[in-house]
Design a protein around this ligand. Structure first.
Ligand SMILES: [Zn+2]
Length: 175
């Protein structure tokens, strides 16, 4: 497991090793004065509900492969959060939802380590009530399974990301 401070070995501008990288956030080279902000990335997640159940994905890939997650993903440049949610849902589940189907819930920060790079994200959560439970996977490279779980039967420890766990706990347990 990489630490959050060691994934840069050299200054990207001058290859010096004489730099600081405090709090996984600001790289500052002491030799050439190059500065790089590793800013928070924005992501979206959708809480689909049907009757008393919530739809989870089972992740197929790192990080947190095998753990429960929600459909969603990173927001692309020049996209709104709602557009990203609709795009990701179309890509992952083949569902055509529109902006008016989404109900804003909350935001929560997350840690996301991918190929030794530690990203800090701000996850934006939307709710979407479905009228039918028959949903299928279209992104089979990312998702190994879809599961509807009754609110009373959700095991929070089976959820991978801390942001998702926090929001689901809040929705289900009111905490
Ligand atoms: Zn430098």
């Amino acid at each position: 497991m990489p630490t959050e401070t060691n994934f840069f070995q050299y200054c990207p501008n001058c290859s010096s090793k004489n730099f600081t990288y405090d709090n996984n956030f600001k790289l500052h080279c002491k030799d050439c004065d190059f500065v790089l902000y590793h800013n928070i990335a924005a992501a979206v997640a959708v809480v689909f509900t049907f009757e008393d159940s919530i739809l989870f994905t089972v992740r197929k890939v790192a990080p947190d492969a095998g753990k429960l997650d929600l459909p969603g993903g990173f927001i692309d440049p020049n996209e709104t959060a709602e557009e990203a949610a609709c795009r990701e849902i179309k890509e992952e589940l083949g569902l055509a939802i529109t902006l008016t189907d989404l109900r804003y819930i909350t935001t929560a920060p997350n840690h996301y380590v991918y190929k030794n790079v530690a990203y800090r994200t701000m996850d934006i959560f939307y709710g979407c009530a479905l009228e039918r439970a028959d949903v299928s996977i279209t992104a089979e490279d990312e998702i190994q399974q879809l599961v509807w779980i009754k609110r009373s039967e959700i095991d929070l420890d089976a959820i991978g990301f801390v942001s998702v766990r926090k929001v689901i706990a809040s929705l289900v347990l009111g905490c």
